[in-house]
Design a protein around this ligand. Sequence first.
Ligand SMILES: C[S@@+](CC[C@H](N)C(=O)[O-])C[C@H]1O[C@@H](n2cnc3c(N)ncnc32)[C@H](O)[C@@H]1O
Length: 168
Amino acid sequence: MLGEGDGRGLAHMLKICPQARFDVVELSANMIGLANRRARGSPRVSFHQRDVMEMSWPPHTYDAVVTHFFLDCLTEAEVQTLIARLKPALRTKGMWLIGDFTIPRRGWRHWWAALWVAAMYRFFRVTTGLRARKLAPFEQMLHRAGLRETCRQTRFAGMVVSALWVPP
Ligand SMILES: C[S@@+](CC[C@H](N)C(=O)[O-])C[C@H]1O[C@@H](n2cnc3c(N)ncnc32)[C@H](O)[C@@H]1O
């Protein structure tokens, strides 16, 4: 789980995947503290207080990668690098679960999402110093990298997507 934040996703995953072990990568020590509390110090979780962009993973290591509202923190070049490093780290039947903002291609939903997302980037740039200035087109990038979307749900007029991507 990359950029896991305060561990709400992790606590849920621990519940629904009772056999799984988790590597959680998170830059913020505070967030790791909160996540560890939510995970109740589970021995199935290893925390890594690291910058994801400085990491690489051996091939065929993980059954799943989880990024929830994390790709939106990265620049397009960073997402590209991450995809190139993570795709080989997935096992053959592995999957990449993504929850994030997205901008529908057409219609009023496009303009509605584009406005909200632009406003959020401005807000987070001022309040947190976020480096990324816009949402990387991560879905097109995953497609181009040869991953396949097998399951997709959207909320908020298509502005938030939850999807499962798998290797070819
Ligand atoms: C928007 S929050 C999302 C948190 C959580 N996944 C969620 O869905 O609520 C992004 C998280 O990624 C972490 N983060 C940002 N850049 C990072 C990086 N380069 N490496 C590791 N963690 C990072 C932040 O500290 C933050 O906790």
